[in-house]
Design a protein around this ligand. Structure first.
Ligand code: ADP
Ligand code: MG
Ligand code: MG
Length: 249
């Protein structure tokens, strides 16, 4: 049943240890919400899972679909079914969104879904624009999500899909993420899994997550019900939430 297993992971960036001793086990069909203060290492974890070479694994390993991917290239991981949407994707002048999504659809075998997904994410007017050039915050997030939906990954990682997005667009994004992670299907039919990083938790109104995890100072400091965690953090702050959580672990 396991799809992703992270064992004792340590990650450094530019010679600085950012993550220590991270353990996580995610089963097929499950969605995790990842919380944590700014700079705690949330994006670093996703980058390490995606295989970004800047994020050097100095300890532990990452098992995906039963295979050790710790030393695999990002490309190989994508081919195996990992997908990521970035917190701050680059602007790429000269690359039209329309051409990029065709490429994504080819990789994901979803050519017949392009129209449906473009409509769902209200991207009709952006297709002939250069990627992310002059896009608003919400447009960048919707563009990332469109690419990911078309790539159709088995395991999707979303870095703050709800940050900088207005309320109306959060509903649109929420619907798309539900589709991506099959949260609109009955539990026993789900085969997709993923991790959603969220600061505000807004997205959890539209996408129900099975578990919540807090990243704190480069470690996983709490695992529990995502809505309980969110409420505790809102009321008492991260430090107190982590203390309470450690007591019950
Ligand atoms: P979060 O996503 O939780 O806000 P990050 O994973 O982005 O946190 O960052 C964790 C720590 O690692 C921060 O102190 C940040 O400055 C550092 N860091 C992350 N990426 C880089 C990078 N590319 N170069 C240098 N430092 C980085
Ligand atoms: Mg951050
Ligand atoms: Mg981040």
């Amino acid at each position: 049943r396991g799809i992703l297993r992270i064992v004792n992971l340590g990650v450094e960036v530019d010679g600085r240890k950012i993550l220590q001793n991270v353990n996580l086990y995610i089963q097929r069909g499950q969605t995790y919400a990842l919380f944590g203060p700014n700079g705690s290492g949330k994006s670093t974890l996703l980058m390490a899972i995606a295989g970004n070479p800047k994020y050097k694994i100095y300890d532990g390993r990452i098992i995906f679909k039963g295979k050790d991917i710790t030393n695999m290239s990002p490309d190989e991981r994508v081919k195996m079914g990992l997908g990521i949407s970035y917190q701050n994707p680059p602007k790429i002048p000269g690359v039209k969104l329309r051409d990029l999504i065709k490429h994504c659809a080819k990789l994901g075998g979803t050519e017949d879904k392009i129209e449906e997904y473009v409509k769902m994410l209200k991207m009709e007017n952006l297709l002939d624009r250069d990627l992310n050039v002059g896009f608003s915050g919400g447009e960048v997030k919707r563009s990332e999500l469109l690419q990911l939906l078309l790539m159709n990954p088995e395991f999707a990682m979303l870095d703050e899909p709800d940050s900088g997005v207005d309320l109306e667009n959060i509903a649109v994004i929420g619907k798309a993420i539900s589709k991506l992670l099959e949260r609109d299907k009955p539990e026993e039919e789900r085969t997709k899994s993923g991790i959603i990083i969220t600061h505000t938790g807004h997205i959890l109104k539209y996408v129900d997550a099975d578990y919540g995890v807090i990243m704190y100072k480069g470690r996983i400091a709490c695992v529990g019900d995502p809505y309980d965690i969110l409420k505790t953090v809102e009321n008492y702050g991260y430090e107190e939430c982590v203390k309470r959580c450690l007591r019950t672990l």
